[in-house]
Design a protein around this ligand. Structure first.
Ligand SMILES: *Cc1c(COP(=O)(O)O)cnc(C)c1O
Length: 418
Protein backbone atom coordinates (compact mmCIF):
# COMPACT_ATOMS: atom_id res chain seq x y z
CA UNK A 1 0.00 0.00 0.00
CA UNK A 2 2.87 2.31 0.86
CA UNK A 3 4.45 1.47 -2.50
CA UNK A 4 1.26 2.44 -4.31
CA UNK A 5 1.11 5.72 -2.46
CA UNK A 6 4.80 6.44 -3.03
CA UNK A 7 4.38 5.82 -6.75
CA UNK A 8 1.07 7.54 -7.27
CA UNK A 9 1.46 10.54 -4.99
CA UNK A 10 5.07 10.96 -3.87
CA UNK A 11 4.29 14.39 -2.43
CA UNK A 12 1.69 13.11 0.02
CA UNK A 13 3.70 9.94 0.64
CA UNK A 14 6.65 12.10 1.69
CA UNK A 15 4.47 14.17 4.00
CA UNK A 16 3.07 11.07 5.69
CA UNK A 17 6.63 9.86 6.21
CA UNK A 18 7.51 13.24 7.67
CA UNK A 19 4.61 13.03 10.09
CA UNK A 20 5.63 9.50 11.05
CA UNK A 21 9.14 10.75 11.80
CA UNK A 22 7.77 13.69 13.75
CA UNK A 23 5.50 11.46 15.83
CA UNK A 24 8.30 9.06 16.65
CA UNK A 25 10.85 11.78 17.37
CA UNK A 26 8.84 13.82 19.83
CA UNK A 27 7.33 13.43 23.26
CA UNK A 28 3.64 13.64 22.51
CA UNK A 29 2.08 14.91 25.71
CA UNK A 30 -1.24 16.18 24.37
CA UNK A 31 -3.61 14.23 26.62
CA UNK A 32 -6.21 13.57 23.91
CA UNK A 33 -3.70 11.89 21.61
CA UNK A 34 -2.29 8.40 21.40
CA UNK A 35 -0.66 5.85 19.10
CA UNK A 36 -2.97 3.15 17.76
CA UNK A 37 -1.76 -0.40 17.35
CA UNK A 38 -0.78 -1.83 14.01
CA UNK A 39 -3.95 -3.92 14.06
CA UNK A 40 -6.16 -0.85 14.52
CA UNK A 41 -4.23 0.97 11.81
CA UNK A 42 -4.74 -1.93 9.39
CA UNK A 43 -8.45 -2.17 10.07
CA UNK A 44 -8.77 1.57 9.65
CA UNK A 45 -6.99 1.48 6.31
CA UNK A 46 -9.03 -1.46 5.00
CA UNK A 47 -11.53 -1.96 2.14
CA UNK A 48 -14.36 -1.19 4.55
CA UNK A 49 -13.77 2.44 3.57
CA UNK A 50 -15.41 1.51 0.26
CA UNK A 51 -18.76 0.48 1.71
CA UNK A 52 -21.95 2.43 2.31
CA UNK A 53 -24.14 1.04 5.09
CA UNK A 54 -26.80 3.53 6.07
CA UNK A 55 -28.97 2.01 8.75
CA UNK A 56 -28.11 -0.62 11.33
CA UNK A 57 -27.27 -4.35 11.15
CA UNK A 58 -30.24 -6.15 9.61
CA UNK A 59 -31.97 -2.87 8.63
CA UNK A 60 -29.87 -1.25 5.91
CA UNK A 61 -30.83 0.91 2.98
CA UNK A 62 -28.17 -0.48 0.64
CA UNK A 63 -27.41 -4.05 -0.37
CA UNK A 64 -24.14 -5.89 0.08
CA UNK A 65 -24.11 -5.78 3.87
CA UNK A 66 -23.18 -9.44 4.42
CA UNK A 67 -19.90 -8.44 6.06
CA UNK A 68 -20.64 -4.98 7.46
CA UNK A 69 -23.58 -6.34 9.46
CA UNK A 70 -21.28 -8.86 11.10
CA UNK A 71 -18.57 -6.30 11.82
CA UNK A 72 -20.88 -3.69 13.29
CA UNK A 73 -22.63 -6.33 15.41
CA UNK A 74 -19.27 -7.44 16.80
CA UNK A 75 -18.29 -3.82 17.52
CA UNK A 76 -21.59 -3.24 19.35
CA UNK A 77 -21.28 -6.46 21.37
CA UNK A 78 -17.71 -5.62 22.38
CA UNK A 79 -18.66 -2.07 23.36
CA UNK A 80 -21.55 -3.33 25.49
CA UNK A 81 -19.26 -5.86 27.13
CA UNK A 82 -16.34 -3.60 28.04
CA UNK A 83 -18.52 -0.71 29.23
CA UNK A 84 -21.19 -3.00 30.79
CA UNK A 85 -23.86 -1.01 28.97
CA UNK A 86 -27.34 -2.07 27.81
CA UNK A 87 -26.90 -0.57 24.38
CA UNK A 88 -24.14 0.82 22.17
CA UNK A 89 -24.12 2.88 18.99
CA UNK A 90 -20.72 2.83 17.29
CA UNK A 91 -21.58 5.06 14.33
CA UNK A 92 -20.94 8.67 15.51
CA UNK A 93 -18.19 10.18 13.36
CA UNK A 94 -16.46 11.70 16.35
CA UNK A 95 -16.92 12.81 19.95
CA UNK A 96 -18.63 16.08 19.07
CA UNK A 97 -21.15 14.37 16.82
CA UNK A 98 -21.74 11.72 19.48
CA UNK A 99 -22.67 14.50 21.89
CA UNK A 100 -25.03 16.07 19.36
CA UNK A 101 -26.53 12.63 18.92
CA UNK A 102 -27.18 12.45 22.66
CA UNK A 103 -28.74 15.93 22.73
CA UNK A 104 -30.89 15.11 19.73
CA UNK A 105 -32.03 11.82 21.30
CA UNK A 106 -33.33 13.33 24.53
CA UNK A 107 -34.06 17.02 23.91
CA UNK A 108 -36.00 19.41 21.71
CA UNK A 109 -34.47 22.65 20.44
CA UNK A 110 -34.86 25.37 23.06
CA UNK A 111 -34.56 22.99 26.03
CA UNK A 112 -32.10 23.98 28.73
CA UNK A 113 -28.82 22.10 29.15
CA UNK A 114 -26.19 22.53 31.83
CA UNK A 115 -22.53 21.69 31.26
CA UNK A 116 -19.04 22.53 32.44
CA UNK A 117 -17.79 25.82 31.05
CA UNK A 118 -15.01 25.50 28.46
CA UNK A 119 -12.42 27.70 30.21
CA UNK A 120 -12.97 25.62 33.36
CA UNK A 121 -12.25 22.33 31.59
CA UNK A 122 -15.50 21.56 29.76
CA UNK A 123 -15.86 20.85 26.05
CA UNK A 124 -17.23 23.13 23.33
CA UNK A 125 -20.18 20.77 22.92
CA UNK A 126 -21.19 21.11 26.57
CA UNK A 127 -23.05 24.35 25.78
CA UNK A 128 -20.18 26.77 25.16
CA UNK A 129 -21.26 30.01 23.50
CA UNK A 130 -19.75 29.48 20.04
CA UNK A 131 -21.06 25.90 19.78
CA UNK A 132 -24.40 24.95 18.23
CA UNK A 133 -25.14 23.32 21.57
CA UNK A 134 -25.74 26.82 22.96
CA UNK A 135 -27.50 28.04 19.82
CA UNK A 136 -30.02 25.21 19.49
CA UNK A 137 -30.41 24.80 23.24
CA UNK A 138 -30.48 27.19 26.19
CA UNK A 139 -27.20 26.74 27.98
CA UNK A 140 -26.32 27.16 31.64
CA UNK A 141 -22.69 26.65 32.59
CA UNK A 142 -21.16 25.50 35.83
CA UNK A 143 -17.48 25.86 36.69
CA UNK A 144 -14.84 24.34 38.93
CA UNK A 145 -13.61 26.24 41.98
CA UNK A 146 -10.78 28.64 41.24
CA UNK A 147 -9.01 27.91 44.53
CA UNK A 148 -9.17 24.10 44.49
CA UNK A 149 -9.57 23.43 40.77
CA UNK A 150 -12.28 20.94 41.68
CA UNK A 151 -15.94 20.50 40.85
CA UNK A 152 -18.19 22.11 43.44
CA UNK A 153 -21.31 19.99 43.82
CA UNK A 154 -23.01 22.64 45.97
CA UNK A 155 -22.72 25.12 43.09
CA UNK A 156 -23.83 22.51 40.57
CA UNK A 157 -26.83 21.53 42.67
CA UNK A 158 -27.85 25.15 43.23
CA UNK A 159 -27.60 26.00 39.55
CA UNK A 160 -29.55 22.88 38.66
CA UNK A 161 -32.33 23.75 41.10
CA UNK A 162 -32.42 27.32 39.84
CA UNK A 163 -32.45 26.58 36.10
CA UNK A 164 -34.08 23.14 36.01
CA UNK A 165 -32.16 21.93 32.95
CA UNK A 166 -33.62 19.13 30.87
CA UNK A 167 -30.16 17.61 30.66
CA UNK A 168 -26.98 17.88 32.73
CA UNK A 169 -23.70 17.13 31.00
CA UNK A 170 -20.75 15.93 33.04
CA UNK A 171 -17.29 15.02 31.86
CA UNK A 172 -14.39 17.20 30.86
CA UNK A 173 -11.54 17.85 28.54
CA UNK A 174 -9.12 19.42 31.03
CA UNK A 175 -9.96 18.11 34.50
CA UNK A 176 -7.19 16.25 36.32
CA UNK A 177 -9.34 14.71 39.02
CA UNK A 178 -11.74 11.78 39.38
CA UNK A 179 -15.29 12.72 38.49
CA UNK A 180 -17.92 11.57 40.96
CA UNK A 181 -20.63 10.48 38.55
CA UNK A 182 -22.87 9.35 41.41
CA UNK A 183 -23.12 12.97 42.60
CA UNK A 184 -24.16 14.09 39.12
CA UNK A 185 -26.66 11.24 39.03
CA UNK A 186 -28.13 12.34 42.35
CA UNK A 187 -28.47 15.98 41.26
CA UNK A 188 -29.95 15.05 37.87
CA UNK A 189 -32.55 12.86 39.61
CA UNK A 190 -33.33 15.60 42.10
CA UNK A 191 -34.18 18.14 39.38
CA UNK A 192 -35.67 15.65 36.91
CA UNK A 193 -32.91 16.10 34.34
CA UNK A 194 -31.37 13.57 32.02
CA UNK A 195 -27.68 12.93 32.63
CA UNK A 196 -25.17 12.78 29.79
CA UNK A 197 -21.70 11.65 30.84
CA UNK A 198 -19.02 12.51 28.30
CA UNK A 199 -16.02 10.30 28.98
CA UNK A 200 -14.11 11.18 25.80
CA UNK A 201 -10.82 11.55 27.64
CA UNK A 202 -11.09 8.84 30.25
CA UNK A 203 -12.94 5.99 28.51
CA UNK A 204 -9.80 3.84 28.44
CA UNK A 205 -9.43 4.32 32.18
CA UNK A 206 -13.11 3.51 32.69
CA UNK A 207 -12.88 0.29 30.65
CA UNK A 208 -9.83 -0.74 32.68
CA UNK A 209 -11.64 -0.03 35.95
CA UNK A 210 -9.17 2.71 36.93
CA UNK A 211 -11.81 5.44 36.88
CA UNK A 212 -15.37 4.86 38.15
CA UNK A 213 -17.86 4.24 35.36
CA UNK A 214 -20.78 6.59 34.75
CA UNK A 215 -22.83 3.81 33.14
CA UNK A 216 -24.91 3.09 36.28
CA UNK A 217 -25.85 6.78 36.65
CA UNK A 218 -26.08 8.32 33.20
CA UNK A 219 -28.94 8.09 30.73
CA UNK A 220 -26.40 8.32 27.93
CA UNK A 221 -22.63 8.01 27.97
CA UNK A 222 -20.69 9.50 25.07
CA UNK A 223 -17.07 8.96 24.23
CA UNK A 224 -14.47 9.37 21.58
CA UNK A 225 -12.66 6.20 20.60
CA UNK A 226 -9.22 7.68 19.95
CA UNK A 227 -8.04 9.12 23.27
CA UNK A 228 -7.20 6.79 26.19
CA UNK A 229 -9.31 4.08 24.51
CA UNK A 230 -6.59 3.98 21.82
CA UNK A 231 -8.81 3.26 18.85
CA UNK A 232 -9.31 5.06 15.54
CA UNK A 233 -10.76 8.56 15.44
CA UNK A 234 -14.43 8.10 16.14
CA UNK A 235 -17.26 8.38 18.61
CA UNK A 236 -19.62 6.13 20.47
CA UNK A 237 -22.81 6.33 22.50
CA UNK A 238 -23.76 3.95 25.28
CA UNK A 239 -27.15 4.07 26.95
CA UNK A 240 -29.79 2.43 29.02
CA UNK A 241 -32.15 0.10 27.16
CA UNK A 242 -35.02 2.61 27.43
CA UNK A 243 -33.08 5.14 25.31
CA UNK A 244 -31.72 2.65 22.74
CA UNK A 245 -34.28 3.35 20.03
CA UNK A 246 -34.09 7.14 20.36
CA UNK A 247 -30.29 7.12 20.40
CA UNK A 248 -30.13 5.03 17.24
CA UNK A 249 -32.76 7.15 15.51
CA UNK A 250 -30.96 10.30 16.57
CA UNK A 251 -27.59 9.26 15.08
CA UNK A 252 -29.14 7.84 11.90
CA UNK A 253 -31.17 9.25 10.22
CA UNK A 254 -31.29 12.20 12.63
CA UNK A 255 -27.75 13.44 12.33
CA UNK A 256 -25.62 11.36 10.00
CA UNK A 257 -25.72 9.48 6.74
CA UNK A 258 -23.60 6.41 6.13
CA UNK A 259 -21.37 5.27 8.97
CA UNK A 260 -17.62 5.15 8.34
CA UNK A 261 -17.37 1.37 8.29
CA UNK A 262 -13.56 1.30 8.19
CA UNK A 263 -13.66 3.23 11.47
CA UNK A 264 -16.34 0.96 12.94
CA UNK A 265 -14.10 -1.98 11.98
CA UNK A 266 -11.10 -0.42 13.69
CA UNK A 267 -13.23 0.40 16.74
CA UNK A 268 -14.11 -3.31 16.97
CA UNK A 269 -10.40 -4.15 16.99
CA UNK A 270 -9.60 -1.48 19.58
CA UNK A 271 -12.38 -2.79 21.84
CA UNK A 272 -10.92 -6.30 21.65
CA UNK A 273 -7.55 -4.85 22.63
CA UNK A 274 -9.15 -2.93 25.49
CA UNK A 275 -10.65 -6.18 26.80
CA UNK A 276 -7.29 -7.64 27.82
CA UNK A 277 -5.14 -7.69 30.97
CA UNK A 278 -2.43 -5.93 28.91
CA UNK A 279 -4.74 -2.98 28.40
CA UNK A 280 -5.59 -2.82 32.10
CA UNK A 281 -1.86 -2.72 32.82
CA UNK A 282 -1.47 0.01 30.21
CA UNK A 283 -4.24 2.12 31.76
CA UNK A 284 -2.74 1.68 35.23
CA UNK A 285 0.61 2.83 33.92
CA UNK A 286 -0.96 5.90 32.27
CA UNK A 287 -2.18 7.01 35.70
CA UNK A 288 1.04 6.03 37.48
CA UNK A 289 3.01 8.01 34.91
CA UNK A 290 0.79 11.07 35.26
CA UNK A 291 1.17 10.94 39.04
CA UNK A 292 4.95 10.63 38.74
CA UNK A 293 5.14 13.44 36.19
CA UNK A 294 2.96 15.65 38.40
CA UNK A 295 5.13 14.95 41.44
CA UNK A 296 8.37 15.70 39.59
CA UNK A 297 6.96 18.89 38.07
CA UNK A 298 5.91 20.12 41.50
CA UNK A 299 9.40 19.36 42.81
CA UNK A 300 10.66 21.60 39.99
CA UNK A 301 8.48 24.43 41.24
CA UNK A 302 5.57 24.06 38.85
CA UNK A 303 2.18 24.81 40.29
CA UNK A 304 -0.52 22.34 39.26
CA UNK A 305 -4.24 22.98 39.13
CA UNK A 306 -5.72 20.98 42.06
CA UNK A 307 -2.12 20.29 43.17
CA UNK A 308 -1.90 17.00 41.33
CA UNK A 309 -3.80 14.47 39.30
CA UNK A 310 -5.93 11.33 39.64
CA UNK A 311 -6.05 10.51 35.95
CA UNK A 312 -4.01 10.79 32.75
CA UNK A 313 -3.81 14.56 32.68
CA UNK A 314 -1.90 17.38 34.35
CA UNK A 315 -2.86 21.03 34.12
CA UNK A 316 0.01 23.40 34.89
CA UNK A 317 -0.69 26.89 36.23
CA UNK A 318 2.23 28.89 34.84
CA UNK A 319 1.57 32.17 36.61
CA UNK A 320 4.34 31.70 39.19
CA UNK A 321 6.79 31.09 36.33
CA UNK A 322 5.78 34.27 34.57
CA UNK A 323 5.57 32.47 31.22
CA UNK A 324 2.39 32.65 29.14
CA UNK A 325 1.00 29.24 28.15
CA UNK A 326 1.39 29.82 24.44
CA UNK A 327 5.02 30.91 24.71
CA UNK A 328 5.86 27.85 26.81
CA UNK A 329 3.99 25.46 24.50
CA UNK A 330 5.80 26.85 21.46
CA UNK A 331 9.23 26.66 23.13
CA UNK A 332 8.51 23.08 24.21
CA UNK A 333 7.48 22.21 20.68
CA UNK A 334 10.87 23.44 19.46
CA UNK A 335 12.35 21.05 22.03
CA UNK A 336 10.27 18.20 20.55
CA UNK A 337 7.81 18.19 23.45
CA UNK A 338 4.24 18.51 22.19
CA UNK A 339 1.71 20.03 24.56
CA UNK A 340 -1.15 22.46 24.35
CA UNK A 341 -1.64 25.80 26.04
CA UNK A 342 -4.84 25.86 28.04
CA UNK A 343 -6.95 28.02 30.29
CA UNK A 344 -6.82 27.43 34.04
CA UNK A 345 -9.80 27.94 36.39
CA UNK A 346 -10.49 31.68 36.91
CA UNK A 347 -7.79 32.44 34.33
CA UNK A 348 -6.95 36.15 34.44
CA UNK A 349 -5.39 35.98 30.95
CA UNK A 350 -7.36 35.97 27.68
CA UNK A 351 -8.31 32.55 26.23
CA UNK A 352 -6.06 32.93 23.16
CA UNK A 353 -3.08 33.38 25.44
CA UNK A 354 -4.01 31.61 28.67
CA UNK A 355 -1.99 30.90 31.79
CA UNK A 356 -1.92 27.15 31.64
CA UNK A 357 -0.41 24.18 29.87
CA UNK A 358 -2.19 20.85 29.50
CA UNK A 359 -0.21 17.63 29.31
CA UNK A 360 -1.00 13.93 29.59
CA UNK A 361 0.57 10.51 29.49
CA UNK A 362 -1.52 8.21 27.23
CA UNK A 363 0.77 8.43 24.17
CA UNK A 364 4.14 8.22 25.95
CA UNK A 365 2.81 5.29 27.99
CA UNK A 366 1.96 3.51 24.72
CA UNK A 367 5.69 3.82 23.92
CA UNK A 368 6.52 1.96 27.11
CA UNK A 369 7.79 4.92 29.11
CA UNK A 370 7.56 4.60 32.89
CA UNK A 371 8.34 6.57 36.05
CA UNK A 372 12.08 7.11 35.37
CA UNK A 373 11.22 8.70 32.03
CA UNK A 374 8.65 10.96 33.72
CA UNK A 375 11.44 12.36 35.88
CA UNK A 376 13.44 13.10 32.74
CA UNK A 377 10.49 14.76 31.03
CA UNK A 378 9.88 17.00 34.06
CA UNK A 379 13.55 17.95 33.93
CA UNK A 380 13.35 18.82 30.23
CA UNK A 381 10.26 20.92 30.80
CA UNK A 382 11.87 22.77 33.69
CA UNK A 383 14.98 23.40 31.62
CA UNK A 384 12.93 24.92 28.81
CA UNK A 385 10.98 27.06 31.29
CA UNK A 386 14.19 28.33 32.88
CA UNK A 387 15.71 29.05 29.47
CA UNK A 388 12.60 30.21 27.69
CA UNK A 389 14.50 32.78 25.60
CA UNK A 390 17.66 30.74 25.08
CA UNK A 391 17.36 28.91 21.76
CA UNK A 392 20.59 26.97 22.11
CA UNK A 393 19.46 25.40 25.39
CA UNK A 394 16.07 24.62 23.86
CA UNK A 395 17.81 22.99 20.92
CA UNK A 396 19.97 20.95 23.29
CA UNK A 397 16.87 19.72 25.14
CA UNK A 398 15.43 18.74 21.76
CA UNK A 399 18.48 16.55 21.14
CA UNK A 400 18.07 14.85 24.51
CA UNK A 401 14.38 14.29 23.79
CA UNK A 402 15.25 12.69 20.47
CA UNK A 403 17.68 10.35 22.21
CA UNK A 404 15.03 9.37 24.76
CA UNK A 405 12.50 8.79 21.98
CA UNK A 406 14.94 6.54 20.15
CA UNK A 407 15.01 4.27 23.21
CA UNK A 408 11.21 3.95 23.17
CA UNK A 409 10.24 3.25 19.59
CA UNK A 410 6.74 4.14 18.49
CA UNK A 411 4.64 1.15 19.44
CA UNK A 412 3.97 -1.69 17.11
CA UNK A 413 1.93 -3.17 19.93
CA UNK A 414 -0.46 -5.83 18.87
CA UNK A 415 -2.63 -7.06 21.69
CA UNK A 416 -4.12 -10.39 20.79
CA UNK A 417 -7.90 -10.37 21.11
CA UNK A 418 -8.86 -12.67 23.98
C1 LIG B 1 -12.25 15.40 22.66
C2 LIG B 1 -13.55 15.64 23.30
C3 LIG B 1 -14.75 15.68 22.56
C4 LIG B 1 -14.80 15.78 21.07
O1 LIG B 1 -14.22 14.85 20.33
P1 LIG B 1 -13.92 15.11 18.79
O2 LIG B 1 -13.65 13.72 18.35
O3 LIG B 1 -12.75 16.02 18.74
O4 LIG B 1 -15.13 15.69 18.16
C5 LIG B 1 -15.94 15.78 23.25
N1 LIG B 1 -15.97 15.86 24.58
C6 LIG B 1 -14.85 15.86 25.32
C7 LIG B 1 -14.96 15.96 26.79
C8 LIG B 1 -13.60 15.77 24.71
O5 LIG B 1 -12.51 15.80 25.46
Amino acid sequence: MNTALAQYDPQIYELIKQEQTRQSGSLRLIPSENYVSKAVMQASGSVLTNKYSEGYPGKRYYEGQQVTDLIETIAIQRAKKVFKADHANVQPYSGSVANLGAYNALLSPGDTVMGLSLPYGGHLTHGWKVSVTSKFYKSVQYTVRGDTGRLDFNQIEELAKQHRPKMIICGATAYPRTIDFSQFGRIAKEVGAFLLADIAHISGLVVAGIHPSPVPYADIVSTTTHKTLRGPRGGMLLCKAEHAASVDKSVFPGLQGGPHMHTVTAIAVALAEADTPEFVAYAKQIVANAAALAQKLMEKGFKLVSDGTDNHLVLIDLRNKGIPGKKFAKALDRARIETNYNTIPDDPAPPFNPSGLRIGTPAITSRGMKEPEMAKIAEYMAKVAENIDNESVIEQVGKEVLLLCSQFPVPEHFIKPS
